[in-house]
Each structure stands twice: as C-alpha cells, then as structure tokens.
Design a protein around this ligand. Structure first.
Ligand code: FAD
Length: 522
C-alpha cells in the first residue's frame, strides 16, 4: 500500500540544491495542493502516492479512492495501446511525455485529458517516481473539431460550387480557391482573379477604386476577357469583403483587422453567345421584313410612276377633245375617255394609299462601328461561302450618328451584299472586301470596298436611279438596292457616292453627320 507523504509544519527550508529557492518546502506542497491542474505523484510502476484537489475534482475520485491504485484506473479502452506503449517508452528513458488520453471518471463519463508525465530521478540516477499533470481539454477539443468540421464543410461546398470562388488579400494574393477557379487558371493563365479585377477596374473606373478602398461589395458585373488565339470570354463577377481579427498573440490586447476579398466568377460566355445569336437572328428577321416593305414601296412607287405617263397622255388627249367640244365639234367617245381618266386617277390614289409605311423606328444614337460589326455577322455565311477575305477597320473614336438603327443596318447590308456579288462576278484574282469606319470633324465616314470589276465612270451616278441595273433583265435585280441606299442616306442627312479614283474594284463612300452633341473627340 502506497504511503501518502506526510506534511510537517517544521519542514526544513529549501537548500541551494533545491534550485536555490529560499521558499519553505511546505509552500511547494501547498502550491501543488491548490493548483488548478490535476497533479498526481506515483511510484515507478504508476501506483498513485499522492493526488491533489484538482485531480479529485476532475476524476471524481476521492483521495482515499485513488491512493495505492494504478493510474490505469483512469484508462478507457478507446485509447490505442500504442499510445501507452510510447508513453512508457518515453518516460522509461527518463524523458517527459505529453499527449492526449481518453480518461474515464469515477461515474463512467469520459473526458479528454492533456497529460504530461515527468520522471523524478533519484540521486543514484534511477527513476523513483513520476509526476503526472493533466487537464480536461474535452471542451477545447470539441471546439477545435467543430471549427475543423465547419472548415471541411465550407471547403466541400466551395469546391463543389459551379462558380469559381477565390479569396484574396488586400495585395491581391490568392489565399484560397476552388476547383472551378483552378479550371480558369488552365483557360486564362495565371492569375485569372488579377486579370478579372483589372478588367473590372478598367470598366468601372473611379467607382471601383472607391468600392475597393471602402471595402464595399460589388454586385454581379459582366466582364469581357480577350486572350490571343482563343475565343473571347464573358464572366459575371461579384466581390464581397469580410474582415478577420488577427489571431496572433500581439493582437490579443491590441486587436488588428485584416480585410479579405471574396471574388465569385461565373463563366457566362455560352449564355452571351446564345444571346448574341438570338439578337442577330431577330435583327435578321427585322431587316428582311424592312427589306420587304422597302421593296414593296419602291415597286409600287415605280409602278405609279410608270402608270402616270400614259395617264398624262390620256389627259392631254381629253383636254384636246374638250377644246373641240367648245368649238362645236363634239366627239362621241369624249365622255367615256373622261370617265376612264377619272376612274384611273381613283385607282392610282388607291394604289398610292397601299404604299406601306416606312416603319415607326425612332431616331436614336447609333454606333456605326456596332452596325458594321452586325452587318458582317449577318453576312458571315455568304462571305465564307464565297471565300472572300474580309478586312474590318472600325474607328477607335466615336462613330455615333443620329439615326434609325434598322434602316442604317439595312443600308450597309445592301452595300456589302452588292460587294459580295461583285467579287463573285470576277473569275480569279483577289477576293477581298474591306470595311472601314473613320471619324471626321463633323461626320463619320464609312468605306465599303470590293475587289470586283468596279463601276464604269459614266454609270457612277446612274446606278443610284431606281430600276437602273447593270445585271440585265434578271428578275433578282430590280435595280432598287442603291436607290434605296441613297434614300436612307438622304433621310439621315448624309451623302453616298462611288469613288472615281478607286480602280482596284468598287469603293462606296457613305458620310453621315455626327449625332447632336457628339464629335470625333468624344
Ligand atoms: P496496461 O496493461 O496497464 O498498460 C498498457 C501498456 O502500457 C503495456 O502494454 C505496457 O507497454 C505499458 N505499461 C504499463 N505499465 C507499465 C510499467 N509499469 N512499465 C512499463 N510499461 C508499462 N493512463 C491513463 O489512461 N490516464 C492517465 O491519466 C494516466 N496518467 C498517468 C500518470 C502517471 C504519472 C503515469 C506514470 C502513468 C499514467 N497513466 C495514465 C498510464 C497508466 O499507468 C497505464 O499504463 C495506462 O492507463 C494503461 O493502462 P491499461 O490497464 O489499459 O493497460
């Protein structure tokens, strides 16, 4: 049976051998007795000789219930044998051991003990006793695990997300990312977040700087990224900030905050492509409807013009007959002719009323760069089919005019269709179409050039007349295309002409005045 060390009031004072302390020995005992840590002293076989009050509090065993018992009274089978083996191997080498053991209280409840065992070595160099100290760290462990579980959960959710998520510090260094973001690195190169933030900055300007400095969130915005030799990509980007309190020891009494930027990126390129295809399709439908109306207008106007000739001749004949009647020589058919003229005029009026309206499209600022890009998209199939090389040079300055978007699109669509047809007429040689847009001091100038046979000098003005065609009596060519183009240009206060100096094919020049309040500097 182990004996509990007796406490004597008259214990000797500590000597220099005791570490130079001048404290009385009983003070050491009191300190151990009242310590908040569970402290026990065992013999060399782990039989308990002494246990302090905290030991009793934590384990539930009274002093007399543990004295003489082995420390294994606390062991719970869930702690692997290997742990005990390494514990013993360590302390038998006279080295302190520290580790976590699952202990069982007197009432059977388990707790996690952070245990430190220190061998007490006697004068002969043998381990005579062991000093055991432990504390209940169940709650700390629970919290640690909870944090770990939450971290794992958040990481799994973030990783499984269909959007790219990346966390950056204030220096835009990536701290955390997910699988979708890693895919973007493969597509856009390193570092996609930095590229996207730069694009966002360029797009938003001052507003971005302010939001960044004040750590304000930015709601989803569409960002366009161009990479050489790859299709352009669209992303929807949103930023949100959060702050973290510094966990370093220095910040315990002097809290420091760090700010982190969470960037979520959604690839919307496919959606954008679909939207663009939809827009081009509806534009195509709108234009063909407008073309149909325009064709009808021109045809009816042409027919009216053609019918008015003979009718005017009939009117002249009727006038002549009228004068004869006044002179007393009435012709029997004169009444019938006058009736026919009256009826014909009624029919002409009915026909005139049938001319469809131009459409109610309002005048608005129209960017000719965008119109021409759309026209090229609309003509893609015929350009590819004809093997025509296209050169497109938009202006870097403003190309905004005041106009009807669909009419202007139709105008350039007509000019491009003419150019394609002209190139197709040519056998061999260059097959080129060049579109360019330039800003002049008070107007925008567009050139449509083709490498076709060109237009003879004497026809440069005639080609703009209605029903004039160089293609013979082919039904497909009413000779209204350029006439319509001229009508649209005039309606917009501009001019259209064919460059007489150009001898490598045909070059049509369209000049349209800037929208009010716009000039080339804007
Ligand atoms: P055991 O059969 O007692 O031991 C398992 C393995 O430990 C054995 O295979 C053997 O390798 C090794 N071992 C056990 N006793 C000795 C020995 N005397 N010499 C060499 N190797 C040995 N255990 C706890 O579970 N909780 C505690 O809080 C705790 N505190 C301790 C404090 C001190 C100061 C010391 C010295 C030991 C303490 N122990 C503690 C260890 C304890 O004595 C037991 O070894 C352990 O509890 C395993 O007991 P067991 O009955 O499950 O297996």
């Amino acid at each position: 049976m182990a004996r509990q060390p007796a406490a004597h009031e008259s214990e000797p004072q500590a000597s220099p051998e005791d570490g130079g302390s001048s404290l009385p020995t009983h003070l050491f005992r009191q300190a151990v007795e009242q310590a908040a840590l569970a402290i026990s002293i065992t013999d060399a076989r782990a039989n308990i000789l002494y246990a302090n009050a905290a030991f009793q509090r934590i384990t539930g065993y009274g002093q007399q219930e543990v004295i003489g018992h082995n420390e294994s009274i606390l062991s719970y089978h869930i702690t692997p044998k290997l742990v005990y083996e390494s514990l013993w191997a360590q302390i038998q080498r006279q080295r302190p051991w520290n580790g976590l053991l699952v202990n069982k209280r007197k009432d059977g409840n388990r707790y996690l003990a952070d245990v430190t065992i220190t061998p007490v070595v006697g004068k002969e160099g043998h381990t005579t006793h062991y000093l055991g100290m432990h504390r209940d760290v169940t709650e700390v462990h629970r919290l640690e695990r909870q944090v770990q579980n939450q971290k794992t959960l958040i990481e799994s959710v973030v990783d499984a997300a269909q959007v790219a998520i990346v966390l950056l510090d204030e220096q835009e260094r990536v701290l955390l990312d997910n699988q979708e973001y890693k895919k973007l690195i493969g597509d856009l190169g390193k570092e996609p977040a930095v590229r996207l933030l730069a694009a966002l900055r360029a797009q938003m300007g001052e507003a971005y700087t302010k939001a960044y400095e004040k750590h304000r969130n930015i709601a989803a915005r569409e960002v366009f990224i161009e990479t050489p030799n790859r299709p352009a990509r669209w992303f929807s980007c949103a930023t949100s900030w959060f702050e973290e309190h510094d966990v370093g020891a220095d910040a315990f009494y002097d809290p420091q905050r760090r700010h982190y930027l969470l960037l979520t990126i959604q690839d919307i390129s496919e959606l954008k492509r679909q939207q663009e295809a939809l827009r081009i399709n509806s534009l195509r439908a709108l234009l063909s409807e407008q073309e149909r109306i325009q064709g009808l207008r021109e045809t009816l106007a042409g027919a009216l013009y053609q019918l008015e000739g003979p009718l005017n001749m009939l009117s002249a004949a009727a006038n002549m007959m009228g004068r004869r009647r006044e002179a007393g020589s009435d012709l029997p058919a004169s009444g019938a002719i006058e009736e026919a003229i009256r009826k014909s005029r009624e029919v002409l009026e009915t026909l005139r009323a049938c001319i469809p309206d131009q459409g109610k499209e309002a005048m608005q600022p129209v960017n000719l760069n965008e119109v021409l890009a759309d026209v090229l998209k609309l003509a893609t199939t015929s350009l590819l089919g004809s093997g025509i090389v296209v050169e497109w040079a938009p202006t870097a300055e403003s190309a905004v005019v005041n106009g009807h978007p669909a009419q202007l699109t139709n105008l350039f669509k007509q000019l491009v269709a003419n150019a394609v047809e002209a190139v197709n007429e040519q056998r061999g040689g260059q097959r080129e179409l060049r579109l360019s847009c330039r800003s002049r001091p008070d107007h925008v100038e567009v050139f449509v050039e083709d490498s076709g046979p060109g237009i003879a000098d004497e026809l440069r003005f005639k080609v703009f007349q209605p029903f004039f065609t160089t293609k013979g009596a082919s039904k497909q060519h009413l000779g209204l295309g350029l006439a319509m183009a001229q009508e649209v240009v005039s309606r917009h206060g501009g001019t259209i002409d064919i460059d007489p100096e150009y001898d490598a094919g045909c070059r049509v020049r369209v000049q349209l005045p800037f929208a009010t309040g716009m000039n080339h500097a804007q």
